[in-house]
Design a protein around this ligand. Structure first.
Ligand code: GLN
Length: 549
């Protein structure tokens, strides 16, 4: 049986519970323990798959095709492990299971209630991952803020588990905010006291309090928090704002968060955390030797969380290239033929983002054309790849009306069309082509250079695909389908061999980039952007220019 660490949040949302949970998991993993993390979200949606990115940020897709909260992305990027459907549970999913059981008659005539039926189902799922021999520790992040009506059943489930399991099998970590009042020049502990009080009223007492703060906590302040919140002084952990989320495991190690949790669980681990690789990555991240500027062309750019995994993949790929990647967000809705040169000036590479629906697609097509014609490194993901296909059809093949049937169901040239198996589907939730599928890669292609392999597997989330009826027209004109699904022939990768770096992928490579395994397309894209930037500066340097002549 595994041991369980629960992470709750107080005072306000957005304190970074996911990062604290992932950092703690990283430290325990680095001490040789087998750790996983799961997230319980208190909303009624079955999963975040049907939510607008403006509501909930990116929807993270796991290997097994679960549409999940973006925190699972952090878990995978930190721990270099795969998560699955079991790692993300929502209130909606809990109720759906209980209601289905009620319809089956499983409750034998009983009145079905929040306590015990909903809480029992929550507990069952909280314990599930720890019941094989796979993990020593399961960390559970409870979404939302203590005191919310929605999170009550989850906190109640934690209370019951704490009572049911041996004392040393659970730890409660409470993340809270210590605000700094500029006028008083003081850090304030009162909100934390109230949030711990609230948690205690719900029957759960924290073992550890992690304090998000912009100023250092003095020993006096730590003692005060410990005294009023009834924890040991050593269990008051300072979590200062960090310049990068990847620094947080080291900050937590300095504060001994992992050791305090291990002590509560009565676990002795001899090994010191093995973080050589992690520290090597951080060094490269902090001291880059070059810089590139990448344009991220998307329509949800107002909310950075909408492209979380893409932004993190750039950080991983930048570090391995010892190159700082500055990402400039360009709103696709406002790119036109007239202003594209001005909007994309100074970029060393262009990434056209995934997306749904017709808002902003014409701007994406204009941006692709610019990259294709100017030899600017181009990387299109999912919808971004589809836009590259449409641009090529319209401007190279001369199929002026080329479009995707997603945006124009009656187009005469459906170069991107709905997948056959999608045609009968009407319900929206969980019905896309989701999760990991294999892809065969043509030897000699750019994709082959990038992956160094003829078979790969990547994750998906889409309904439309390249229309194979146009295949020979595209190939004759110079757009190569270099990756295909072995079973269905679905086009997974397109590229332009005549271009310095032009690749579009139907899948989402950003979902598999981790600190330890940066995703290869991102790594090569940054390399290509560096080469582009170097060439630009050579041309600007008149001495070199004359030498070149
Ligand atoms: N809307 C497109 C499709 O469903 C692309 C999806 C995406 O970019 N994730 O095929």
């Amino acid at each position: 049986m595994a041991k369980y660490i629960f992470v709750t949040g107080g005072v306000t949302s957005s304190l970074g519970k996911g990062i604290i949970a992932a950092s703690l998991a990283k430290l325990l993993q680095a001490r040789g323990l087998k750790v996983t993390i799961q997230k319980f979200d208190p909303y009624i949606n079955i999963d975040p798959g049907t939510m607008n990115p403006y509501e909930h940020g990116e929807c993270y897709v796991t290997e097994d095709g679960a549409e999940t909260d973006l925190d699972l992305g952090h878990y995978e990027r930190f721990l270099n492990i795969f998560t699955s459907q079991a790692n993300n549970v929502t209130t909606g999913r809990i109720y759906q299971t209980v209601i289905n059981k009620e319809r089956e008659g499983a409750y034998l005539g009983k009145t079905v209630q929040v306590v015990p039926h909903i809480t029992d189902e929550i507990k069952r799922r909280m314990l599930q991952l720890g019941q094989g021999n796979e993990y020593d520790i399961v960390i559970t992040e409870i979404g939302g803020t203590v005191g919310d009506i929605e999170s009550l059943p989850f906190v109640e489930a934690v209370r019951q588990l704490q009572w049911e399991l041996p004392e040393e099998d659970t730890v409660i970590v409470h993340l809270t905010l210590i605000p700094y009042l500029k006028a008083a020049k003081e850090l304030k502990t009162k909100p934390t006291q109230h949030s711990v009080k609230m948690l205690s009223q719900e029957g759960v007492h924290p073992d550890v309090i992690v304090c998000r703060t912009e100023k250092q906590l003095t020993p006096d302040l730590r003692r005060k928090i410990a005294l009023f919140c009834n924890v040991k002084t050593e269990a008051v952990i300072e979590a200062m704002d960090a310049s990068t989320i990847y620094e947080v495991p080291l900050l937590m190690m300095r504060e001994k968060l992992d050791l305090i949790c291990l002590k509560k669980m009565n676990m002795t681990v001899n090994e010191e955390p093995e973080l050589t690789k992690w520290k090597g990555f951080l060094d490269k991240l902090k001291y880059p030797k070059s810089k590139v500027t990448i344009g991220l062309i998307g329509k949800y750019i107002e909310l950075q969380d909408a492209y979380k995994s893409i932004l993190e993949s750039f950080i991983h790929a930048g570090a391995i290239n010892e190159c700082q990647v500055q990402v400039i967000n360009v709103h696709s809705e406002f790119i036109t033929e007239d202003n594209v040169g001005e909007k994309l000036a100074g970029l060393d590479g262009l990434l056209v983002a995934p997306g749904f629906g017709h808002r902003g697609v014409e701007g994406k097509i204009v941006a692709v054309k610019y990259a294709r014609e100017k030899g600017l490194p181009f990387f299109g993901i999912c919808l971004g790849m589809q836009m590259a296909v449409i641009e090529f059809a319209r401007n190279v093949l001369g199929l002026k009306e080329a479009h995707s049937t997603e945006m124009d169901p009656d187009t005469k040239e459906p170069v991107i069309d709905l997948m056959e198996e999608q045609k009968k589907i009407t319900a929206k939730g969980g019905t896309m082509r989701l999760g990991s599928y294999p892809c065969d890669i043509k030897e000699g292609s750019l994709a082959f250079t990038i992956y160094g392999s003829t078979t790969i597997s990547e994750r998906h989330r889409h309904r439309w695909e390249f229309n194979n009826k146009y295949q020979s027209q595209f190939e004759k004109a110079g757009m190569l389908a270099s990756g295909r699904n072995p079973g269905t022939d679905l086009v997974e990768i397109i590229e332009l061999p005549q271009h310095p770096f032009f690749i579009g992928v139907q899948y989402h490579p950003e979902l598999k980039s981790t600190v330890e395994n940066p995703q290869p397309i991102f790594v090569h894209f940054i390399k290509a952007a560096k080469a582009y930037a170097d060439k630009k500066s050579d041309i600007k340097n008149p001495l070199l220019q004359s030498e070149m002549i």
